[in-house]
Design a protein around this ligand. Structure first.
Ligand SMILES: CC(C)(COP(=O)(O)OP(=O)(O)OC[C@H]1O[C@@H](n2cnc3c(N)ncnc32)[C@H](O)[C@@H]1OP(=O)(O)O)[C@@H](O)C(=O)NCCC(=O)NCCS
Length: 162
């Protein structure tokens, strides 16, 4: 079952992220950042236990980003990640977005879900200038700013039209 995350899921979400952050696959964030963005998140449950999560973060009028998509090791390869991503895509459409971005090592998984590898920027220079005003680390990663390059090394930039 995939459902909207609740504040009481933040501990489980952080527990899913922790091993991936250690491997530098995902960015480690402070607890407060998860509470601030809990409404971006959905979680997947099996028998009442949270085994996966993912977030949709709106970047601009037409553009969102899939963030923090993680499945617990015990549930990998059984369709949980796909179910979470499908729900995030549904949310993106409901919000009126027409493009979804992600920054990932899991290129084959995202390709199977219709994402394509992109080079360079996904927004025009005017929107780029507006996004530069954001304090969000994820936006800085999206813009590929020099100061966050050590975090994004080896990741692939991908985009899907909705
Ligand atoms: C990317 C990630 C979320 C995918 O999660 P997942 O639950 O394993 O994804 P799925 O099970 O839907 O799909 C993965 C594989 O299972 C297969 N699969 C899908 N549904 C299946 C099912 N019902 N039964 C068996 N296998 C299935 C898929 O074909 C796919 O095969 P693969 O071995 O070629 O990859 C997971 O690998 C992960 O947590 N990665 C680390 C974090 C990360 O990098 N996140 C992305 C950046 S935000």
């Amino acid at each position: 079952m995939v459902r909207a995350a609740r504040t009481s899921d933040v501990r489980a979400i952080r527990a899913l992220v922790a091993p991936q952050a250690e491997r530098r696959v995902l960015l480690n964030k402070e607890a407060v950042a998860y509470y601030e963005s809990v409404s971006d998140f959905v979680v997947a449950e099996i028998a009442g236990a949270v085994v996966g999560c993912g977030a949709l973060h709106v970047l601009w009028e037409d553009l969102g980003e899939v963030r923090t998509l993680v499945v617990d090791e015990s549930a990998l390869g059984s369709g949980v990640g796909s179910a979470v991503l499908r729900r995030l895509i549904e949310r993106a459409r409901e919000l009126g977005l027409s493009r979804l971005f992600c920054l990932t090592f899991e290129t084959e998984f995202f390709q199977r879900h219709g994402f394509e590898v992109i080079e360079g920027q996904a927004v025009d220079p005017e929107v780029y200038a507006e996004l530069l005003r954001s304090y969000d680390e994820g936006v800085a990663e999206f813009l590929d700013l020099e100061r966050v390059k050590p975090n994004t090394l080896g990741n692939t930039r991908m985009l899907r039209k909705l």
